[in-house]
Design a protein around this ligand. Structure first.
Ligand SMILES: [Zn+2]
Ligand SMILES: [Zn+2]
Length: 347
């Protein structure tokens, strides 16, 4: 088969590679679409790869072409998306169902070979079915959708509250959609990029505020009278962390879904907002819960199938054939030019 094989930093090649063999408990997938995640970029352009050579790709969908004899829940011909974490299922965190927190895990597409290939073999329990009426490209957005869903669940979200989403990128769009699907009375995006805010509005229908034009605290007051009940940090930029506190109402729930892109610093007064407002601040990591892979996956697949969750084509910046994997990663040498996911597709 052909695959995008990473041989060294900046050295990704589309080349012949052994087709993986089926193993007990596993399914073989003909990959049709594979998104490039933010976490893949330093693996290819920087020095974050765990080893070489490696086939990356954890946000992928495809068609099942072979199953092991002992596999019951998946059939040849099923359209599936990959839930990429392989936890140990044995440690105290796994016993509690907190699979994202397992320390003895492996991960499809970063620690073992992933979906930037024609074929990949994964455990059947990591394959999540979706309706054949949905496209492979839409379904390849399901992993980031589950990350947004997990953030909303981690933030102890209850319907009826007002919700601010700081950062209108892919994860922010899904976080906002899940807050709305679970009953938010109002959802507002905060970002520094008008194009992103406009696209977020076009796809989800929710208004956005550019925090370059108005102080977040003033915007929160105008929009809600008292600040937002739920705040989600879906950006990694330092000022966005401060904005999350500025937007929060007294006793608000604040959840950081995004991971910082550099040092984050607060003044004493900024940090003290946690005290003075008695905020509940939490984080979320990946998108797994019990029973594995979790509600996030069942909910996202179901809501994708019935059309309530929008994995909109406009969230995809560009599709590249897998043979142009190098060109696809080169786009990130100018990250500001990339608006949304880049996907590698097999014809
Ligand atoms: Zn990812
Ligand atoms: Zn474990």
């Amino acid at each position: 088969m052909k695959a995008a094989v990473l041989h060294a930093s900046q050295d990704i090649r589309y080349e012949e590679c052994p087709t993986p063999e089926i193993r007990p408990g596993c399914v073989k997938i003909n990959v049709r679409a594979c998104g490039i995640c933010g976490s893949d970029i330093p693996r290819v352009l920087g020095d974050a790869a765990h080893f070489f050579p490696i086939v990356l790709g954890h946000e992928f969908s495809g068609e099942v072409v072979e199953i092991a004899d002992d596999v019951k829940n998946i059939a040849v011909g099923d359209h599936v998306v990959c839930a990429p974490l392989i936890p140990c299922f044995d440690c105290p965190d796994c016993a509690l169902g907190n699979f994202s927190l397992c320390k003895h895990y492996t991960f499809i597409g970063s620690r073992i070979f992933g979906g930037m290939a024609e074929y990949v073999v994964i455990p059947a329990r990591n394959a999540v079915k979706f309706s054949a009426e949905r496209s492979f490209e839409e379904a390849a957005l399901l992993e980031p959708a589950t990350v947004g869903c997990h953030g909303v669940l981690c933030n102890d979200f209850k319907g009826g509250g007002t919700t601010a989403v700081v950062g209108a990128g892919t994860i922010g769009l899904f976080t906002a959609q899940w807050a709305a699907l679970l009953g938010a009375s109002k959802v507002v995006f905060f970002d520094v990029d008008d194009d992103r805010l406009q696209l977020a509005k076009d796809i989800t229908g929710f208004d956005g505020v550019n925090t370059r034009n108005i102080a977040p605290a003033d915007a929160a007051k105008q929009l809600t009278g008292r600040g937002f009940d739920y705040v989600f940090g879906a950006s990694g930029a330092c000022p966005s962390y401060i904005n999350c506190f500025e937007l929060a109402a007294n006793h608000a729930h604040v959840c950081f879904v995004g991971t910082p892109t550099g040092p984050v610093t607060f003044t004493a007064a900024q940090w003290e907002m946690i005290n003075r407002r008695e905020l509940r601040v939490t984080g979320s990591w990946m998108s797994f819960s019990a029973p594995f892979p979790g509600h996030e996956w069942t909910m996202c697949a179901q809501y994708l199938d019935d059309g309530r969750l929008k994995c909109d084509r406009r969230m995809i910046h560009k599709l590249f054939p897998l043979s142009q994997c190098k060109e696809a990663f080169d786009c990130y040498k100018n990250p500001a030019s990339v608006k949304g996911r880049i996907m590698l597709v097999n014809p």
